[in-house]
Design a protein around this ligand. Structure first.
Ligand SMILES: Cc1cc2nc3c(=O)[nH]c(=O)nc-3n(C[C@H](O)[C@H](O)[C@H](O)COP(=O)(O)OP(=O)(O)OC[C@H]3O[C@@H](n4cnc5c(N)ncnc54)[C@H](O)[C@@H]3O)c2cc1C
Length: 457
């Protein structure tokens, strides 16, 4: 154990400073079961404690990597045995629900699902929602500017955050805590930390704005025979349901087929359609909301935009439908499986996916690609399985997926961030001037390069 860690251990104790098997008993991430490598995992319980520790790490030029729920998809929280991990797992307090302002203020280690449940009990709704809700933290959501399934209506994490506190690389606590939607007093500094993947500061507290809990929620799983019908149905639902439309999640037929194969999820609709969409509308007038939803679906069926539909009649039926979209374990069983998160204008999606699928087939004749997407946000997730059992194929797969994006005006990261995984492709989506400005911000805010160094660029 290094002298530095020994000193921290003797001052803060083994409850705060984890070493040895207390580190190696932990998995590296949701995606990677191998043990975490680190000199120590430090678990402060207050911002003051964290500030002192970071100040000392900065003086010692000790690299620190922040861990939230470790569900991130861009390898942004990866560590080596030389790193110290800062885990926010003991900073989970809900400090205030302000029912008049409609805000909640919490420590950054709070788990997203706990926040969702807590505010629901008070009649509010926190609309950020994603498949990792049971493990990801709101600090991680802020650091990655998470998106998820309700962005079409409510926006990404950035749109919810009103106030934020962070510890900077020299230990300074910067508080941009705020509850107002309007506050134009100079630069909006909290934005620097949102989506910065832990490279500019450690987020410790957040205030987010809440919505009123919806009183109705109507869900349907529908099937189409062409991508043009997928986009027509989106337009149709936007027109018919207006602001009620809160989720529009597309699954390509091959994805649906793979996750509903024998022994896995039951298929709510038959398995032979080219496209499936989960559409969800929420509102505050249950009777009229249901009429609007049903009429919209009936019209889409009459006009042959959709070929089939199923409407869950209970919460458990609704969950079964969402499980098909959110749980892709049957695909994760393939090794290797490369997961992608890209964005591009909707009008190019069909031809882009065709090009990717053709190139996967040409390179790996036994390979498969599976696609799902929050398409209204321009966001697709691809899972490429070369089926040759060779990890070194990742770079070739990256070329197939990222290669066409620049010309199409797309982005190599829609919502997962750049992390360590996509650094080589950053210049595909950002100009040199933008990257230089990012680097100069990093240098100004973290001159010793101790916070998640090497992440993003
Ligand atoms: C099943 C599943 C579904 C998912 N679906 C979505 C989705 O729909 N949309 C989406 O956007 N993402 C999705 N994700 C990715 C992931 O859940 C998000 O990126 C999430 O916001 C990460 O939060 P976390 O607490 O797990 O962060 P971690 O994975 O622990 O960390 C991610 C990054 O944030 C940094 N970080 C964490 N906490 C802090 C902090 N307090 N201060 C500063 N930096 C910090 C880390 O250093 C790292 O760079 C999904 C993941 C899984 C496993």
């Amino acid at each position: 154990m290094s002298n530095f860690v020994n000193k921290l251990l003797s001052e803060y104790g083994a409850r705060i400073v984890l070493t040895g098997t207390a580190i190696t008993n932990r998995a590296s991430s949701y995606w990677d079961p191998t043990p975490i490598a680190a000199k120590a995992i430090i678990r402060p319980s207050s911002v003051e404690e964290l500030s002192e520790i970071i100040k000392r790490c900065n003086i010692a030029q000790q690299i620190v990597v922040t861990h939230g729920g470790l569900t991130g998809c861009a390898k942004a929280a990866d560590t080596t045995a030389e790193h110290i991990v800062i885990s926010l797992e003991r900073m989970t307090d809900i400090e205030e629900i302000d029912e008049i302002s409609g805000t909640i203020t919490m420590q950054a280690g709070a788990i997203l699902e706990n926040i969702q449940k807590t505010v629901t009990e008070k009649g509010f709704y926190f609309p950020l929602d994603l498949g990792a809700r049971g493990s990801c933290t709101v600090g991680g959501n802020a650091a990655t500017n998470a998106g998820g399934i309700n962005v079409i209506r409510y926006g990404m994490m950035r749109n919810h955050i009103l106030g934020l506190e962070a510890v900077m690389a020299d230990g300074t606590i910067v508080s941009s805590m705020n509850k107002m939607i309007k506050n134009n007093a100079g630069y909006d500094l909290k934005q620097l930390f949102i989506g910065s993947e832990g490279t500019l500061g450690i987020i410790t507290r957040i205030t987010v704005k809440l919505e009123m809990a919806p009183k109705s929620c109507a869900t349907a799983l529908v099937a189409m025979d062409s991508f043009s019908k997928v986009t027509s149905f989106l337009k149709h639902m936007r027109h018919a349901a207006g602001p009620r439309l809160s989720a529009y999640e597309v699954m390509w037929g091959s994805y649906y087929d793979a996750v509903t194969k024998e022994g896995w999820h039951s298929a709510p609709l038959t398995r032979n359609y080219p496209y499936y969409v989960i559409v969800e509308c929420t509102g505050s007038h249950p009777q009229s909301d249901e009429i609007v939803f049903m009429e919209a679906l009936e019209k889409a069926l009459e006009e042959n935009i959709i070929l089939d539909a199923i409407i869950p009649k209970s919460e458990s039926e609704r969950n079964s439908v969402w499980t098909v979209r959110e749980n892709f374990e049957p695909i994760m069983e393939n090794n290797p499986m490369f997961l992608y998160d890209v964005s591009l204008p909707i009008k190019h999606m069909e031809s882009y996916i065709q090009e990717v699928e053709d190139n996967v087939m040409a390179k790996w004749p036994k390979g498969d690609s599976y696609v799902i997407g929050h398409i209204a946000d321009g966001n697709l997730h691809l899972m490429i399985c070369p089926r040759t059992g060779d990890e070194s194929l990742h770079e070739k797969s990256n070329e197939i997926v990222y290669g066409p994006l620049k010309e199409l005006g797309g982005s190599v990261s829609a919502e997962h961030g750049i992390g360590n995984e996509k650094k080589a492709w950053l210049s595909h989506s950002r100009s040199q001037i933008e990257i230089d400005l990012m680097k100069s911000l990093k240098k100004t805010m973290d001159p010793n390069n101790i916070l998640n160094p090497g992440v993003i660029f």
